[in-house]
Design a protein around this ligand. Structure first.
Ligand code: ZN
Ligand code: ZN
Length: 401
C-alpha cells in the first residue's frame, strides 16, 4: 500500500490523501477546500488522476466529516465517483444545500456508512470510527489493504460533549496499526495543553449574560451542534429562551436526535419576520422582553436587529467560533462597538489538545505517526520518536509483509 498526502502535511484544511493498493486501485480520503482559498475553484484540486474524469482505478472518495476543509473541493469531481460518508454528514450537506448556503452542494453518488461497520471498496476494507469533534458525525477510518493497516484520525477532540467516544476508542481500538495519519491542529497555537471542556462553557456564557439586562446574542456555527447544546443549556440556566434561524433549527432536526434542541420545545423559537405559528417569534416580541431571549445570529437576523435598532449598551454579544474567522465579522463588531454593546469571546477548540494526541498514540502504538492537518508537523517529532513528516505529494510506501 502507498499513501500520498496531496494537501495537509503543512497546513490546516484542504486535506486530501490518496491511498493506492499494490494492485494499483486507489481511494481518496477527504477532498477539502483550503482555508485560505478566496474562491472554490477547480484549479485548487490536488493532482490526483481521475478526479474530474473518472478512471477505472479510482474507486471512490471517503469523506471524514461535513466541514468544508474536508469535502469542499468535491464539488468539482466527476459525478460518477462514489462518495462514502456518514448519514450525519450527508444530512448536514443536504440541509446546507437546501438553504442555499455559500459553497453548499451535495454529491450525486453517495454511499452512507455506519459506525464500526466495515465495508469494502475494491482492495480496501474500511472501518469508520465515530469521534468527538465540532462537526456532528465526524469519523476516523481504519483502512486495510495488502495486509497493512492505516488509521486516519480525521478531526477529533477529547473535550467535547461526546468525549466518551474518545475514551471508548482508547479502550477498544484497532490493533497493529502500521501508520497513523493524525491531525495536529493545536500545534503552534498559543496554548495547546488541556483545552477547556465544551460543557464548562455553559457557566462562562451564564456569567457573561448575567451582567446583561438586555438582549444576548451569540455568533456560533449552526453546524456546531455541541455548541448549540451548550448555548441552549446556558440559556435555560439563565431563564432565557433560545431563538434560532430556520436553518439552524433544520440542522438540529436533520440529526433525527430528539434529545437535541428543536422547535417542538417550548423554550426554542424560530426567528421569523412574519411569525404565525406558535414556535415562531418576530423582532417585536423579542424587543418587548429582550431579557428573556438568547439569539443565535446569522446574517439575516443581524440585518433585522440593525433595522430595528435593537442593539444598545444592554446588549451582550458572545463570539463563539474560532478566532481565525473573526475578520469576516469585523463590520458587525465595529457596529457593536458604536452601540457600546458588551462583547466577549467564549469558545473552546474543535480539535484535540496535546494530551489527547499523546493518549491516542500511547494507546494505538502505531509503528509510524504521520502528521496531517497541522501548521507545525515538526512538533510531532518532539512528542513521538516514530514520526515521519511528509511533504505534500510525497509517496510513502508501506513495507510489504
Ligand atoms: Zn479540518
Ligand atoms: Zn473539522
Amino acid at each position: 500500500m502507498k499513501i500520498s498526502i496531496k494537501r495537509g502535511t503543512k497546513e490546516i484544511g484542504g486535506s486530501a490523501v490518496e491511498i493506492i493498493s499494490d494492485n494499483g486501485q486507489r481511494i481518496v480520503v477527504d477532498l477539502g477546500l483550503p482555508l485560505d482559498a478566496a474562491v472554490n475553484s477547480p484549479d485548487l484540486l490536488p493532482d490526483i488522476t481521475g478526479l474530474t474524469q473518472k478512471t477505472g482505478d479510482l474507486l471512490g472518495l471517503l469523506i471524514s466529516h461535513a466541514h468544508q476543509d474536508h469535502y469542499g473541493l468535491g464539488i468539482h469531481i466527476d459525478k460518477s465517483i462514489p462518495v462514502y460518508m456518514s448519514k450525519e454528514s450527508y444530512n448536514i450537506m443536504k440541509i446546507a444545500h437546501e438553504h442555499k448556503l455559500p459553497n453548499a452542494f451535495v454529491f450525486e453518488k453517495t454511499v452512507c456508512f455506519d459506525n464500526k461497520n466495515t465495508f469494502q471498496i475494491g482492495d480496501f476494507n474500511i472501518t469508520p470510527y465515530l469521534f468527538d469533534h465540532s462537526a456532528y458525525g465526524a469519523y476516523g477510518f481504519l483502512i486495510e489493504a495488502d495486509g497493512q493497516r492505516v488509521f486516519y484520525s480525521g478531526d477529533f477532540r477529547a473535550h467535547g460533549r461526546k468525549r466518551k467516544l474518545f475514551y471508548k476508542f482508547l479502550q477498544n481500538h484497532p490493533q497493529n496499526i502500521d501508520v497513523l495519519l493524525m491531525e495536529g491542529s493545536c500545534l503552534g497555537r498559543e496554548s495547546s495543553e488541556h483545552y477547556e471542556y465544551e460543557q464548562d462553557l455553559e457557566v462562562t456564557f451564564c456569567n457573561f449574560w448575567k451582567e446583561s439586562s438586555g438582549l444576548v446574542l451569540v455568533q456560533a456555527s449552526a453546524q456546531n451542534i455541541d455548541r448549540i447544546v451548550t448555548i441552549y443549556r446556558a440559556a435555560k440556566k439563565c431563564r432565557r429562551r433560545l431563538v434560532l434561524s430556520g436553518y439552524a433549527g433544520h440542522i438540529l432536526w436533520g440529526t433525527k436526535n430528539p434529545n437535541l434542541p428543536n422547535f417542538t420545545w417550548s423554550d426554542v423559537k424560530k426567528f421569523s419576520t412574519k411569525p404565525q405559528k406558535s414556535h415562531e417569534i418576530g423582532i417585536d416580541d423579542i424587543l418587548e422582553n429582550p431579557q428573556k431571549f438568547v439569539i443565535l445570529l446569522d446574517y439575516h437576523i443581524r440585518q433585522e436587529l440593525k433595522k430595528h435598532n435593537a442593539v444598545n449598551e444592554t446588549t451582550a454579544y458572545a463570539y463563539s467560533m474560532w478566532s481565525g474567522y473573526k475578520e469576516k465579522y469585523q463590520k458587525w463588531l465595529n457596529f457593536l462597538a458604536t452601540k457600546n454593546a458588551k462583547v466577549q469571546d467564549i469558545h473552546t477548540s474543535g480539535h484535540a489538545d496535546i494530551p489527547a494526541l499523546k493518549k491516542i498514540v500511547a494507546s494505538l502504538k502505531p509503528k509510524i505517526v504521520v502528521p496531517i492537518h497541522t501548521f507545525c508537523p515538526q512538533e510531532f517529532k518532539q512528542m513521538f520518536n516514530n514520526t515521519i513528516c511528509l511533504n505534500d505529494g510525497d509517496i510513502f510506501e508501506l513495507s510489504s509483509k
